[in-house]
Design a binder for this molecule. Structure first.
Ligand code: SF4
Ligand code: SF4
Length: 138
């Protein structure tokens, strides 16, 4: 069975919002509608706050996919990558069939796991797209 999946390597994400903007523009979404947003992983409320305690501060981000994300079904049917994956400048996003051991997404996830990366999905209460796997070494 095909399990189309987006793998997010959080260690490569620089919080640029290119993925979210590429989705919004290419899908012609209304101003207040986003299929993907980028969350700052910092201290408490507000965006762009680092985590940690000075001087050991760190900025990190996480793209979050809403349930409305279609995984770019029409593009996939044409053999193209999703807009968000295609637009990521740091190659933080990988797309493919996780059930195919030879796919980009399966081989990358396997290689990163062997290097000690931890993998997880967002919990159900996040109301996020299920076919997204996060990986990070931190
Ligand atoms: S997979 Fe397609 S629809 Fe889903 S967030 Fe990415 S660009 Fe938008
Ligand atoms: S996943 Fe890629 S495009 Fe999206 S915010 Fe991170 S670095 Fe930018």
């Amino acid at each position: 069975m095909v399990k189309q999946t987006i793998l997010v390597n959080l260690d490569r994400c620089v919080g640029c919002w290119s993925c979210a903007m590429a989705c919004k523009i290419n899908n012609d979404l209304p101003e207040d509608t986003w299929f993907a947003t980028v969350r700052t992983l910092g201290n408490g409320d507000g965006i762009d706050r680092p985590s940690g305690v000075w001087p050991n501060l760190r900025m990190s981000w996480m793209p979050v996919y809403s349930k409305s994300c279609t995984l770019c079904a029409a593009r996939i049917a044409d053999g193209e990558l999703p807009h968000c994956v295609n637009s990521c400048p740091t190659l933080a996003l990988t797309f493919g069939d996780l059930d195919d051991p030879d796919s980009d997404v399966a081989t990358k996830l396997n290689a990163l796991t062997c290097k000690g990366y931890k993998n997880w999905r967002l919990p159900a209460w996040e109301n996020s797209k299920a076919n997204v796997v996060y990986t990070s070494r931190r």
